[in-house]
Design a protein around this ligand. Structure first.
Ligand code: FAD
Ligand code: NAP
Length: 243
């Protein structure tokens, strides 16, 4: 791990770098598997436990950085209190060693989205990570006509990348629509509140061209289900679930 930024006690941005060489090739939207040696008392396949091979607790993480940065991968990671891996990642600091797969995987990419299309990306929580990679790589290049990003989180502190995205909108091809669902009423936040369904209720305000629209949804399964039913007939839907 080469960098770590704590956004809240349960949300971090980390950078990881292979000890030798550059990061595995990837396209925006793909994920990488990370791991730590499994604790000796963690159940696993009998054959694996009997062999001398080091067993790993491995999990997938969407890559938030652009493939143009070949020296590191950036990840946005939420702590799952009773999870197997994240409570063990949390105490790690810069310089700690992790296992990282040597290939990126996944098909939640722009491969099936034609050049110049409109994109409506809806992210909940850490589901913004694959969209950051797409935006960091392609914003301002003509890859899409408009990329509308809706990001729903509970509180303002969880709006990872807010400053960067607010700068990106000046390019003219990115629209950033953050919304908070559990921000205290007396906080300084003056922006949108409530679930993404509120924004989706006014389709005309989004100024999209339905014939070329691709809708990308990541990550909360009930959000994906609910939004999919709203956007029926709006365009082609692509989804990524973490759980
Ligand atoms: C393709 C893919 C990409 C992923 N990308 C990311 C990512 O970019 N960032 C990230 O934090 N996680 C991501 N995950 C989830 C990640 O792989 C782990 O499941 C997560 O870190 C929890 O691991 P754990 O061992 O601590 O908990 P587990 O023992 O694996 O517990 C999993 C449970 O935790 C909950 N959970 C899992 N991930 C999250 C999350 N991000 N936010 C809230 N609740 C969650 C779900 O209820 C799930 O059933 C991704 C998963 C997949 C399949
Ligand atoms: N983030 C935290 O501060 C926090 C604290 C304690 C525990 N946890 C646990 O961590 C897990 C993940 O929390 P998270 O906040 O990262 O992710 P999350 O529960 O997926 O919430 C992220 C955002 O998605 C919204 N959302 C959830 N379901 C939706 C739906 N069906 N339609 C539209 N929007 C929807 C949430 O709104 P709503 O707020 O309206 O649900 C929130 O704004 C949860 O299991 C939670 O219990 C998180």
């Amino acid at each position: 791990m080469t960098a770590r930024r704590d956004l809240t006690p349960s949300l971090i941005v980390v950078r990881i770098q292979p000890e030798q060489g550059s990061v595995p090739p990837f396209v925006p939207g793909q994920f990488i598997n990370l791991g730590l040696p499994a604790p000796a008392d963690e159940p696993g396949p009998l054959a694996a436990r009997r062999s001398n091979r080091v067993r790993l607790t491995r999990r997938a993480y969407s890559i938030a950085s652009s493939p143009r940065n070949a020296d590191h991968l950036e990840l946005l990671v939420a702590l799952v209190q009773d999870g197997k891996l994240t409570p063990r990642l949390w105490p790690l600091d810069v310089g700690s060693r992790l296992w990282m797969d040597n290939e990126a995987k996944g098909s939640f990419t722009l491969n099936d989205v034609p050049e110049g299309a409109d994109i409506l990306a809806v992210a909940s929580g850490t589901g913004i990570a694959p969209f950051m990679s797409m935006l960091r790589c392609h914003a301002g290049t003509g890859r899409w006509r408009t990329f509308i990003l809706m990001h729903s989180v509970r509180t303002a502190a969880e709006l990872a990348y807010r400053d960067e995205l607010e700068n990106m909108v000046h390019g003219g091809d990115v629209v950033y629509l953050p919304t908070l669902t559990r921000e205290p009423a007396d906080s300084p936040w003056t922006g949108r509140r409530g679930r993404v369904q509120l924004m989706l209720a006014d389709r005309d305000a989004l100024n999209i061209v339905p014939s070329s629209l691709h809708i990308l949804l990541c990550v909360n399964p009930t959000m994906i289900e609910d939004v999919t039913s709203i956007v029926q007939g709006w365009g082609t839907v692509h989804t990524e679930r973490y759980w």
